[in-house]
Every structure is written in structure tokens, then in C-alpha cells.
Design a protein around this ligand. Structure first.
Ligand SMILES: Nc1ncnc2c1ncn2[C@@H]1O[C@H](COP(=O)(O)OP(=O)(O)OP(=O)(O)O)[C@@H](O)[C@H]1O
Ligand SMILES: Nc1nc2c(ncn2[C@@H]2O[C@H](COP(=O)(O)O)[C@@H](O)[C@H]2O)c(=O)[nH]1
Length: 195
């Protein structure tokens, strides 16, 4: 039976960066494309970062009983929904998967696929450093969204509280102060099946 390696962490902890590198190093890992109603950003492609859908399309999945988990965030631009859909992407009998999500989506995946098949990979960075990385990243955008960046920073403090981490059963942490070392640890542990 395959495993779903589930990457989580606060905003700007480096999930996307590490995810891409892990996939390069371990190309046999499959990915899972989540769904969102948020507007597509410059440089993003339908079916790569997400399936970009409307509220109505998500409702249709809901009516068909296809929603594994769904979250709504009240961003400074309105309510954005994110969801994992049972759309035939996962075949645990044949493959291992690498997925990025949140604590909430991790809980939904555990319920659907069984805790024994989910491996949490929780990425952590000291808050000051993380905020500094978030600001540098935002400054590079053509239209920086500082207000949304601050909202995410504050929301994450609650969403990823120690209490919530404990409740989700997150014990192991991967510190991304040094990218190379962090990657070595993640890749090594996936390769050795050390979970
Ligand atoms: N070890 C590292 N050292 C320095 N900078 C890093 C490191 N890892 C990632 N970064 C940088 O930090 C920024 C945030 O990383 P990334 O976009 O991967 O975070 P994320 O967790 O996916 O964020 P979000 O959830 O907001 O999408 C990026 O500019 C990235 O290049
Ligand atoms: N825990 C929280 N997660 C959030 C919030 N807003 C968005 N998100 C999650 O972040 C990732 C990346 O989002 P993206 O729009 O940059 O692709 C995604 O998994 C969202 O679910 C929040 O307020 N709290």
C-alpha cells in the first residue's frame, strides 16, 4: 500500500520550494491537484497549482458526495474556498503521493484514506525569519499584497497553534532554516521509509 506524504506549515515556511525539490529528487512520487475558487495568479496554470473552479462547480461536487475536505478562508479579497475532491487522482495500491495542505485538510485526508496511509511532514521556520521571507517574496510581485500577507501571518498563528498541532498528531518537525539540510532529511526519510 502506498503512502501520502503530506506537507504542511505556516505561510512562507518553504512548502512550495521544498515540494518542488523533493519531486525532482523522487520523481516516482505522484502529486494531487487540489481545487480552489480563488482567482488564478500570474504564472499559474489550470491543473498544475490547482484546478481553478467556481463556487457553483464546487457545489456540484458537494452534491455528488465527492468532497473529501473543504475549507473557506475570509481573505481581504473575499471568501476563497479550497477543497480536495475524490476525482480518481489517488490510487494507493500503486503509488506514493506528495501533497501540500493544511492541518484541516490533513485531518480530512486521514479520515478518507486512513491515518496509517498518511505521513505528515510539518515544516517549521522561526517566525521572524518566516515573516522576513514572506515580505521579500511579496516585494518581488508586480502587485504586492501586503495586507493579505499580514492576514495569513496572523491566521496561521491560530490555525497552526501548538494545541492544533498536538490534536492533529504532529510530532515530527522539519526545520527549514537551511534548505539543503532540510531537503536531505525529508528525502532521506522518505527513501528509507522511516515513518
Ligand atoms: N531555506 C530557505 N532559506 C531561505 N529562503 C527560503 C528557504 N526556503 C524557502 N525560502 C524562500 O521563502 C519564500 C517562501 O517560500 P515558499 O513560497 O516555498 O513558502 P510556502 O510555505 O509555500 O508559502 P505559502 O503557503 O504562502 O504559499 C520563498 O521566497 C522561498 O524562495
Ligand atoms: N491555515 C490557513 N491556511 C490558509 C489560509 N489561507 C490560505 N490558506 C492555505 O494556504 C495554502 C496556499 O494558498 P495559496 O492561495 O497561496 O495557494 C492553501 O493550502 C490554503 O488552503 C488561512 O487563512 N489559514
Amino acid at each position: 500500500m502506498g503512502k501520502i506524504y503530506y506537507m504542511m506549515g505556516k505561510s512562507s515556511s518553504g512548502k512550495d520550494t521544498l515540494y518542488k525539490e523533493v519531486l525532482k529528487a523522487l520523481p516516482k512520487l505522484k502529486t494531487l491537484v487540489l481545487y480552489t475558487t480563488r482567482p488564478i495568479r500570474e504564472g499559474e496554470q489550470e491543473g498544475i497549482e490547482y484546478h481553478f473552479v467556481t463556487d457553483e462547480e464546487l457545489e456540484r461536487f458537494e452534491k455528488a458526495g465527492k468532497i473529501i475536505e473543504e475549507r473557506t478562508y475570509d481573505t481581504v479579497y473575499g471568501a476563497w474556498k479550497y477543497a480536495t475532491i475524490e476525482d480518481g487522482q489517488i490510487n494507493l495500491a500503486a503509488y506514493d503521493y506528495l501533497v501540500i495542505g493544511t492541518l484541516e485538510s490533513y485531518a480530512g485526508m486521514k479520515k478518507c484514506y486512513g491515518a496509517e496511509n498518511l505521513v505528515p511532514i510539518y515544516i517549521e521556520v522561526e517566525d521572524g525569519e518566516r515573516l522576513s521571507r514572506a515580505l521579500s517574496r511579496e516585494r518581488q510581485q508586480e502587485q504586492p499584497k501586503y495586507e493579505e500577507m499580514c492576514r495569513r501571518f496572523l491566521a496561521d498563528q491560530k490555525d497552526f497553534s501548538e494545541e492544533n498541532l498536538e490534536e492533529a498528531g504532529i510530532v515530527r518537525r522539519y526545520y527549514n532554516d537551511d534548505k539543503v539540510q532540510c531537503l536531505e532529511k525529508i528525502i532521506g526519510e522518505i527513501q528509507n521509509g522511516k515513518f
